[in-house]
Write a protein that binds this ligand. Sequence first.
Ligand code: GAR
Length: 208
Amino acid sequence: MKKLPIVVLISGRGSNLKAIIDAQDPLVEIKAVISNKSKAGGLLYAKQANIATEVLGKFTSKLEFDQALQTCIDKYQPKLVVLAGFMRILSPEFVNHYQGHIINIHPSLLPEFKGLHTHKRALAAKVKQHGASVHFVTAELDAGPIIIQAQVPVLANDDENILAARVLNEEHRIYPQAIHWFAEGRLKLYKQQVLLDNQPIEVSNENF
Ligand code: GAR
């Protein structure tokens, strides 16, 4: 089976990138890792794995940045763009260019806690369950159709770091899984609905 060419976008630590590299999925080829931060720790994981890296510098406007990013990504002709802790809001034009071929991981059980500081907000809201979601990216921030979620309990003595670590563990499990489904050709975005094996997906961590 032909490998799925992917490009991974990061801004920081890169632990999700590492999980994707470590999964060594025989159906997936990471063509490049692109960062908007030259100091992103995750670039090292890419270099260690002999994956091409690119850093986008500063641009005078968001439009210019998004255009440069698109040119940089398209050089590698990926079939899937994987946002892994890429902390920038992307323009609708950019997102539409990759519609159905761009996914993101977010550290909450979407639609709960879109945006930043999700763990702190989950603790403040005293929720019993928290987690992570992988979703197709659409123009609206953190609102795209969900592919897979993983739940974790929120325990009595949790602080932000403890809870973040518990969620991150699950992120590292579900992100390679979602990419694998896509590489198998089983996962599709059709009219804003996620299909797995041509059936609307039941969002639950019991999918595998
Ligand atoms: C992850 O927890 C990811 O879910 C989150 O940033 C972290 C990146 O960690 N993404 C977002 O908040 C996107 N809205 P990593 O660099 O170690 O993968």
